[in-house]
Ligand binder design. Structure first.
Ligand SMILES: CC(C)(COP(=O)(O)OP(=O)(O)OC[C@H]1O[C@@H](n2cnc3c(N)ncnc32)[C@H](O)[C@@H]1OP(=O)(O)O)[C@@H](O)C(=O)NCCC(=O)NCCS
Length: 173
């Protein structure tokens, strides 16, 4: 897909971040989770206070994929102690890559992924890692295609549901 711009998000973009965050999470997980658990996660996980804390964190960053001035996807990466697990100073976590369903299959996720890899090279980390829900085959295929391999499994709590995340990583050097 042409004319996609990857742009770093700042505090001034918080409303757009909240919107794309909620919309893509909802599209991805509503079908396979209870309405109540979704509602709670959408409220808390994308609250203005949580997002402003994340946007202000110097060891984390959000990037938007933009088309015609519209945000159609986003990426969140974490470094050092800001990683949700591991907290290895030589690794980078891709916490979120989400693209609006209408744009899936057009390599927008690929552009966001490549941005994360560019940062990983710039920061000279040893590996990039992420957690992906075991019931998200499209995302798992996407990461396998990009050279990630499974190294562990962890529990992720969504409301009152305990779900298994597959931990995957890709060595850089
Ligand atoms: C995973 C994700 C980021 C991949 O981004 P993308 O831009 O769709 O990536 P690609 O264009 O490389 O497409 C990935 C695959 O999905 C297929 N695909 C998925 N949906 C499609 C659709 N609606 N139309 C056509 N192809 C589609 C593509 O054929 C491609 O497979 P291939 O590599 O074997 O050709 C994106 O699908 C997404 O945002 N999913 C929902 C959120 C999510 O699950 N995020 C990960 C959480 S850990």
């Amino acid at each position: 897909m042409k004319n996609i711009i990857i742009k770093k998000a700042s505090l001034a973009d918080i409303a757009q971040l909240q919107k794309i965050g909620r919309e893509t999470f909802s599209e991805t997980f509503s079908e396979s989770n209870s309405a109540e658990n979704m509602k709670k996660y959408l409220e808390e996980g994308f609250s203005i206070s949580k997002l402003s804390e994340e946007l202000s964190n110097e060891h984390a960053a959000f990037y938007f994929a933009m088309r015609d001035n519209q945000v159609i996807g986003y990426l969140k990466i974490n470094l050092g102690a800001s990683q949700t697990e591991l907290q290895d100073s030589h690794s980078l976590e891709i916490e979120r890559i989400y693209v609006l369903a209408a744009y899936h299959g057009h390599k927008v996720g690929q552009l966001l992924f490549e941005k994360a890899m560019d940062i990983a090279h710039e920061k000279e980390v040893d590996y990039v890692w992420l957690g992906v829900w075991e019931e998200n085959p499209r995302a798992i295929r996407f990461y396998l295609k990009n050279g990630f391999i499974e190294f562990d499994k962890h529990i992720f709590v969504l409301g009152d549901d305990r779900q298994t995340d597959i931990m995957m990583r890709k060595k850089i050097n």
